[in-house]
Design a protein around this ligand. Structure first.
Ligand SMILES: Nc1ncnc2c1ncn2[C@@H]1O[C@H](COP(=O)(O)OP(=O)(O)OP(=O)(O)O)[C@@H](O)[C@H]1O
Length: 315
């Protein structure tokens, strides 16, 4: 658990962070969102002591971070930044192995961990381990950045606009990847972005910041349903809130289940139980269908979702 208690940071006359109180529970993804200059990165960088704070207290698992050795603290906090920060003259494998090497892990254990992480991040070790960062695409380099942050299995992951420089498709892929990995490794994560859709997609809870303060801290659903101020309402967009809520809801919630799973041929656009209601509606509108079959991970048809149900249910 990470707790910020009345934390402030000034740069000369600029108040970058202004009396922030924030509790991030173990295993949750807290997304700090807000416009440029509102204090997101400063908040993040105080948590791993890259920046000192001017006032307040930050506790990790109940312990004041200023009483901890900063290097030790950072070894337990993976840090991913935009543009990766990979060492250009080191191979991918060596970059990922950086922290385990610092920790003097035996060579075989390091090699096994590098392989394991590359596989977890969908990077073929035999194809990429010996490449240099400039030989990778932006998305691949960002995956290496995430692998490096996870290398020594830290409890905490700090991510500062990690996907900010990527094109929309690569970005979406990495977001999905992150959700998948998070299910497996469950790190307490603080993630900075200025993109509200990214925040809605990834967060357990979102902290909306404005001018150094947190003006709302809640689940994506509650932020969409009950924005605390005009500022938050404008940030989430007034017109398409319904669609955004549909994005948060899995098909599983609204489908009609068959009594028994069926073996049937999935069509071109397979709909899964965990896909969003928004995707289901989009598929139906695009293909002019009134209902679509839904499949589970074992490729069995487990039910159907209908347009009617979605419209009836609202959001
Ligand atoms: N090293 C610094 N020296 C002086 N002012 C700074 C410094 N770092 C940040 N600031 C100021 O503090 C405020 C908050 O900056 P911060 O980088 O935390 O914002 P941000 O929300 O992360 O913005 P962005 O999304 O653009 O990265 C800004 O007004 C910024 O100009």
């Amino acid at each position: 658990m990470i707790e910020l208690k009345n934390v402030s940071r000034h740069f000369g006359n600029t108040i970058a962070v202004d009396g922030v109180n924030l509790t991030i529970e173990t295993g949750e993804v807290c997304v700090l969102v807000g416009s440029s200059g509102c204090g997101k990165s400063t908040t993040l960088r105080m948590i791993n002591r890259l920046l000192p704070y001017s006032a307040g207290e930050i506790l990790v698992d109940g312990e004041d971070i200023t009483t901890m050795n900063p290097e030790q603290l950072r070894l337990n906090m993976g840090y991913v930044i935009q543009g990766t920060g990979l060492f250009p003259h080191w191979t991918v494998a060596r970059n990922i192995a950086m922290v385990p090497t610092l920790l003097n892990w035996p060579r075989e254990r390091i090699n096994a961990r590098v392989d394991e992480l590359m596989t977890l991040l969908d990077l073929d070790p035999s194809a990429h381990a010996n490449k240099y960062p400039q030989q990778l695409s932006g998305g691949q380099a960002q995956r290496v950045g995430v692998a490096r942050a996870l290398a020594a299995d830290p409890n905490i992951l700090l991510m500062d606009e990690p996907f900010g420089a990527l094109d929309a498709i690569t970005r979406e892929n990495l977001q999905l990847e992150m959700l998948r990995i998070q299910k497996q490794v469950r790190k307490t994560t603080v993630f900075v972005t200025h993109d509200i859709d990214e925040a809605l997609k990834l967060a357990t809870r979102i902290a909306v910041m404005d001018q150094g303060r947190i003006i709302q801290h809640d689940t994506p659903e509650n932020i969409l349903r009950h924005p605390a101020s005009d500022f938050v309402e404008n940030l989430i967009g007034k017109q398409d809130r319904g669609l955004k809520l549909m994005s948060l809801r899995p098909v599983r919630d609204l489908m009609a289940n068959h009594t028994e799973p069926r073996q049937s041929e999935p069509g071109e656009h397979v709909l899964r139980e965990e896909d969003s209601v928004r995707l289901a509606l989009s598929v139906m509108l695009w293909q002019d269908l009134r209902q679509v079959a839904v499949f589970n991970a074992q490729e069995q048809e487990t039910g159907v979702i209908t347009r009617e149900r979605i419209i009836q249910e609202g959001v």
